[in-house]
Write a new protein. Structure first.
Length: 273
C-alpha cells in the first residue's frame, strides 16, 4: 500500500485568509511531518530540507519539542520521531468527540454480528481519518489503525462521503488521484461514475482499491449536510459471497440508522467545525 503523506501544507494560514504566526506554523508542520513518517526516524538535515528551514532553527525547535515531550530522539541524539504528547492529544480528541463515544457500542455490535472489521471515519480535506476500528479475528490486520489517513477516492468510507457532495464540490487533490493498489480509481470520470452508483445504492463499494485482497462497504452518517462521518465494513474478497454481501449491507444500514438517531447533537453542545 502506498504511504499516506502528512498534510502540513494544507493548513497554511494564508490559505484561510488569515495572518499566521510563523513559529506556530513551523511547529505544526514539523509535528505532522514526523507523524506521517510512522516508524521511519528522521535526521536533522532531512527535516530542515523537507520544511525549508535553516538547520540551526530546526535544531532549536527540535530541542524545545523534545523537552516538552512532543518529539523524541534516540540515544545518539541524531534521530527524531513523534513524541508521546502527540498520543495524549489524539486520545483527547477521540474522548471529547460525542459521535465517537456514541458510535462505539454500535461498532462493537456490528463486529459481533458480521465477524468482520468495522470502521468509523471522518472526512478531512481529500482524505478520510480513521476514528475507531473494530478488527476481525478471522484475518490479519489491514493497517486501518486509528489516526491513519487514506485518500477519500480510494476507500469505502471516503467514497460514501464524497457521494454526499455535488461532483463540482468534491475535495479531491489538485495533484490527481493517487493509486494505492492496481484497482484504485485514478481517472476522475471513472470516480464520478462510481459515485453516481453510490448515490443510487445508498452505500459505497470498493473492491481491493485500498488494500489488495480486501473489499469494503461504506455508509455515510447523515447527521449534517453534507455528511462528514461514515462507517464501513471490510472483508476479504475470498470470504465475500453474494449472501454475505447482502447481510453486510443489511446489518450496516441498521447500524447507521441507530448511530444517527443516538448521536444527534445535544441542545447547547458545541457545533464543531
Amino acid at each position: 500500500m502506498g504511504q499516506v503523506m502528512p498534510i502540513y501544507d494544507e493548513c497554511m494560514p494564508e490559505k484561510r485568509g488569515v495572518r499566521g504566526v510563523k513559529s506556530a506554523v513551523r511547529t505544526v508542520a514539523l509535528l505532522e511531518l514526523l507523524a506521517g513518517r510512522g516508524d521511519r526516524p528522521s535526521r536533522l538535515d532531512e527535516l530542515a530540507g523537507e520544511l525549508d528551514v535553516p538547520r540551526s532553527s530546526m535544531y532549536q525547535l527540535l530541542r524545545t519539542l523534545i523537552d516538552c515531550g512532543w518529539v523524541r530522539t534516540d540515544s545518539t541524539g541524531s534521530l527524531y520521531g513523534i513524541g508521546i504528547r502527540a498520543l495524549l492529544t489524539g486520545t483527547g480528541y477521540l474522548d471529547s468527540d460525542p459521535l465517537v463515544r456514541a458510535a462505539r457500542p454500535y461498532l462493537d455490535e456490528a463486529s459481533r454480528e458480521l465477524g468482520e472489521t468495522i470502521h468509523l471515519g471522518r472526512l478531512d480535506g481529500p482524505d478520510v481519518v480513521y476514528l475507531a476500528t473494530r478488527e476481525s479475528h478471522e484475518y490479519p490486520r489491514t493497517l486501518s489503525r486509528v489516526g491513519r489517513r487514506v485518500p477519500a477516492h480510494a476507500g469505502a468510507l471516503g467514497k460514501a462521503l464524497l457521494a454526499e457532495r455535488p461532483d463540482a464540490e468534491l475535495p479531491l487533490p489538485a495533484a490527481g488521484l493517487a493509486a494505492l493498489t492496481p484497482r484504485t480509481l485514478t481517472a476522475r470520470d471513472a470516480l464520478l461514475a462510481d459515485l453516481a452508483g453510490v448515490r443510487g445504492r445508498g452505500h459505497s463499494v470498493e473492491r481491493e482499491e485500498t488494500v489488495t485482497g480486501i473489499a469494503g462497504f461504506g455508509f455515510a452518517l447523515r447527521r449534517g449536510v453534507p455528511a462528514v462521518d461514515a462507517i464501513s465494513c471490510s472483508v476479504p474478497v475470498a470470504r465475500l459471497t453474494p449472501e454475505h454481501e447482502a447481510r453486510i449491507v443489511e446489518v450496516m444500514n441498521g447500524i447507521r440508522t441507530r448511530i444517527e438517531a443516538h448521536a444527534s447533537p445535544a441542545p447547547g453542545a458545541p457545533d464543531w467545525r
